[in-house]
Design a protein around this ligand. Structure first.
Ligand code: GAL
Ligand code: ZN
Length: 668
C-alpha cells in the first residue's frame, strides 16, 4: 500500500468548476496553509467520459500533476453517484423507481438503480479506466468509492431489475418458498406465495405491510448497496493494488450496514457537519457529534479519516449558522480526539453554480482567503506535529454500546410507540456516559464482549438462542449488562415469540418478567429512585423481579404505581440491569450512579463546564484531549496530570480560551 503516513489535512477540490488559469493559485494557497491531500472527481463523470466509450482524463491529469508539484496528493472518487445525461437518455432503465412506482429523473444526483446490470457495467468501466490510468501515478494515493452510499436512496429502487434481485436474494436465503411463507407468516391476510417469482418489492400497498417482508427488504437493500460498492472495489483492487480504498460514511445513517461495508475498505471516512441547517437548535448537540465520531471509529475498530469536515456555512436553499471564530478548528480537533488520523475539509471554494451554491468552503465565492482560511491554516501549523505523533492511537474504552443495523430496521418498520426511535434511545445511553466523561465504543451484535467492563444493549428486539447465550455467558463470567424495554420480543424473522413471557430468552439473565406494558407515546409517567423523582416516557414495562433481583426504580404514578421500572440482577460473577422505560436525564444519571457503585466503571474526570474530555493511546502513552465547546474562556482544575506536557500551548495548562483544545501527553 502506498504510504499515506504524512497526510494529515486536506480539502475536497472541484477544479472542473473553475477556469484552469485559477488552479495554480488554488494549489499555492492550499500548500501555503499546509494541506497535503485533495479529494477530486467524485461527481465528474461527464468530464471524464463525455460520450459513451470516449474518455478524457487530460484535465484530471493536469490537476493531479499541478497539485503534486505543490506536494499535494490526490484521492480519487469514482463518479458513480452522478450518471451523465447521455447515459440516462440512452439507458433510461438505470433510473430508480420509488415505492410509489414513480421514476426519479435526471437533474440532481443519485438517479441510479444499484442493481441494474447495465449500470453496474458502466460503473465498472469508468472505475476500471480510472484505476488503469492512475494506479501508478505517484501523486494518487487512494480511492473513494461513489459518494455517501445510501444517501438519497432510501426509497429506491422498485424497478423490475430490483424486484428480480430481491427474489434471487430470498431464494438464496430460504431455499424453498415454504420456508419463506413460514418466516414471513404469510397466512395472515392471504399473503402466501407459490413461487419466489411472485414476490414483490415493498411498494406502497392499499393498507398495511408485512413486517417480516419489510425486514428482509431492508436487509436485502443493505446487501445490495454493499454489493454495488464491491463491483467497483474488486476492479480497483485488481488494477491498483497499491492504493487504499475507502468510502465516506454519514454517522448513524442507516441504509447500509456500515460494519459490513467496512470489511471491503482499508479504513472508513466520515462526513461531519456540526452546523447543518437541518438541526433544530441551529447546531448538532456536542454529545451527538461525539457519538457520530465514536460510531465511525467503531465500524472497523481503527482510526478513520474525515473526508468532509465542515469549513463554513452549510446550506443549499436555506443556510445554517455562521461558524464562530475558533469553532471550525475545534470541531476538526474533536474529530481527531475521537480517532481521525486525517481531516479533509469540505470544500475548497464556495461554488457559484448548481445545487450547493451556499454550501460554503474554506474560500468564499470570491476566492479571496478570509477568516476560515486563516483559522484553519493556524490550526494546521500548530497541530500537524501532534497528528504525526498520535497517528494510529486508539482509545482503550471499557464501555460498549451495541449498535445493530438490523434492530434499527425492525424499529423503523414498527416504531412501537409515538416518537420512539432506536437511534435516539441509543443516544440517551451515549449521553449518560458523555455527561460524565466516560468514553464508549459502539459494538456490533456479533462482536466479542469480553474486553468490556460494561455493555449496554438497548432494544434487543430481535433475539435468538445464540445471542441470548452469548449475553448470559458474558454476565456469568463477570461482565455487566444493561438490557432495556422491547428486548427478546421477536425472532430473527420479525415474528413475535410466544414460548415465554418477555423478555423471553433474556429472562434468566435479567432476572425479571414483563407481563404487561404501557406504550406511553409522548405521555409521561413518574418514577421514583430512592428519594428522587424522575420522569419516564414512550414506554413503561411493568417489571416483575424474580426473588433475588433488586429494584432500582419504581413507577410513582399510573395504576402500576409501586411496580418496578428498573431492576438489577446478580448473575454469576456479573450483573444485569433491566430498564423498562425511556427516562429523563436525571433517571439516567441515577442509573449510572447505580452502575458505578456495582462495577469498576469510572472516568476519573469530572465534567467541567462545556469541556469534553477524550483520550487516545499508543505505546504506553496517552493523549488526553480537552475540548472547550463554548465561546467562553473556561478553567479546568488539575486532574492528576502532574507534570504532564500540553502539546499545543505548553504553559497555558488549566485555562481554555473559547473553542480551544488542549492535548495533554502522559506516559502511563
Ligand atoms: C455531503 C456530500 C457532498 C456535499 C456535501 C454538502 O453529503 O457528500 O457531496 O453534497 O454533503 O452538501
Ligand atoms: Zn432498480
Amino acid at each position: 500500500m502506498k504510504d499515506y503516513d504524512n497526510i494529515h489535512f486536506g480539502v475536497d477540490y472541484y477544479p472542473e468548476h473553475w477556469p484552469e488559469e485559477r488552479w495554480k493559485e488554488d494549489a499555492r494557497l492550499m500548500a501555503e496553509m499546509g494541506l497535503g491531500v485533495v479529494r477530486m472527481a467524485e461527481f465528474s463523470w461527464h468530464k471524464m467520459e463525455p460520450r459513451e466509450g470516449v474518455f478524457d482524463f487530460s484535465w484530471l491529469d493536469r490537476a493531479i500533476s499541478l497539485l503534486g508539484s505543490y506536494g499535494i496528493k490526490t484521492v480519487l472518487g469514482t463518479p458513480t453517484a452522478a450518471p451523465p445525461a447521455w447515459m440516462v437518455n440512452k439507458y433510461p432503465e438505470i433510473l430508480p423507481v420509488d415505492s410509489k412506482g414513480i421514476t426519479h429523473g435526471f437533474g440532481g444526483r443519485h438517479h441510479d438503480c444499484q442493481s441494474n446490470a447495465l449500470y453496474r457495467e458502466r460503473c465498472r468501466i469508468i472505475a476500471g479506466k480510472m484505476a488503469e490510468r492512475y494506479a501508478d501515478n505517484e501523486n494518487v494515493i487512494g480511492w473513494q468509492i461513489d459518494n455517501e452510499l445510501g444517501n438519497s436512496h432510501s426509497d429506491f429502487c422498485h424497478c423490475s431489475s430490483c424486484r428480480k434481485a430481491f427474489q434471487d436474494w430470498l431464494r438464496k436465503k430460504y431455499g424453498n418458498i415454504d420456508s419463506l411463507n413460514k418466516a414471513w407468516g404469510t397466512a395472515f391476510w392471504s399473503q402466501e406465495y407459490n413461487d419466489f417469482s411472485e414476490v414483490y418489492t415493498t411498494k406502497v400497498t392499499a393498507v398495511g405491510e408485512n413486517p417480516s417482508q419489510m425486514l428482509d427488504w431492508k436487509c436485502f437493500h443493505s446487501d445490495l448497496i454493499n454489493d454495488f460498492a464491491k463491483n467497483q472495489v474488486d476492479i480497483i483492487r485488481k488494477l491498483a493494488p497499491n492504493q487504499f480504498i475507502t468510502h465516506n460514511y454519514m454517522g448513524f445513517s442507516d441504509l447500509v450496514d456500515y460494519y459490513e461495508l467496512g470489511k471491503q475498505l482499508d479504513f472508513v471516512c466520515h462526513d461531519q457537519y456540526p452546523l447543518g441547517y437541518w438541526y433544530p437548535g441551529g447546531k448538532c448537540e456536542n454529545y451527538d457529534l461525539a457519538a457520530q465520531l465514536d460510531v465511525i471509529r467503531s465500524f472497523k475498530k481503527k482510526p478513520f479519516w474525515i473526508m468532509e469536515q465542515e469549513s463554513g456555512i452549510a446550506g443549499s436553499g436555506s443556510m445554517g449558522r455562521l461558524p464562530k471564530p475558533g469553532q471550525i478548528p475545534m470541531w476538526a480537533l474533536q474529530s481527531v480526539a475521537h480517532g481521525a488520523d486525517a481531516i479533509v475539509f469540505f470544500r475548497w471554494r464556495t461554488c457559484t453554480q448548481g445545487t450547493e451554491q451556499y454550501w460554503h468552503g474554506i474560500l468564499p465565492h470570491s476566492g479571496i482567503p478570509g477568516r476560515s482560511y486563516d483559522e484553519i491554516k493556524t490550526m494546521i501549523s500548530k497541530v500537524t506535529p501532534v497528528m504525526k505523533e498520535i497517528k494510529g492511537a486508539m482509545p482503550n474504552n471499557k464501555v460498549g454500546i451495541i449498535y445493530s443495523f438490523k434492530q434499527n430496521f425492525a424499529f423503523q418498520i414498527q416504531t412501537q410507540s409515538v416518537g420512539f426511535s432506536y437511534i435516539s434511545q441509543l443516544l440517551k445511553y451515549y449521553k449518560m456516559f458523555y455527561d460524565k466523561n466516560i468514553p464508549v465504543d459502539f459494538i456490533a451484535e456479533n462482536e466479542r464482549l469480553c474486553g468490556y467492563e460494561l455493555v449496554v444493549a438497548p432494544l434487543l428486539y430481535l433475539m435468538n438462542e445464540n445471542m441470548a447465550s452469548k449475553l448470559s455467558d458474558y454476565v456469568e463470567n463477570g461482565g455487566n449488562l444493561v438490557l432495556t424495554l422491547r428486548s427478546g420480543v421477536k425472532d430473527d424473522n420479525n415474528i413475535c415469540m410466544s414460548d415465554a413471557a418477555l423478555p423471553g430468552l433474556l429472562s434468566k439473565v435479567s432476572g425479571c418478567k414483563i407481563l404487561e406494558y404501557d406504550p406511553l407515546g409522548s405521555q409521561k409517567v413518574e418514577i421514583e429512585v430512592g428519594e428522587k423523582r424522575c420522569i419516564g416516557t414512550r414506554w413503561a414495562d411493568i417489571v416483575l423481579p424474580d426473588g433475588d433481583t433488586e429494584v432500582v426504580a419504581r413507577y410513582a404514578s399510573e395504576f402500576y404505581k409501586g411496580e418496578a421500572a428498573i431492576t438489577r440482577h446478580k448473575f454469576g460473577r456479573g450483573s444485569c440491569w433491566y430498564v423498562g422505560t425511556e427516562g429523563d436525564e436525571e433517571l439516567y444519571e441515577l442509573l449510572l450512579m447505580d452502575i458505578k457503585s456495582n462495577t469498576k466503571i469510572n472516568s476519573g474526570f469530572n465534567k467541567q463546564a462545556d469541556i469534553e474530555i477524550v483520550s487516545r493511546e499508543k505505546s504506553g502513552v496517552s493523549y488526553l484531549f480537552l475540548i472547550n465547546h463554548s465561546d467562553k474562556e473556561v478553567s479546568y482544575t488539575e486532574m492528576g496530570f502532574g507534570s504532564a506536557e500540553e502539546l499545543l500551548y505548553g504553559e497555558r495548562l488549566g485555562k481554555l480560551a473559547p473553542f480551544e483544545v488542549h492535548i495533554i501527553k502522559k506516559s502511563k
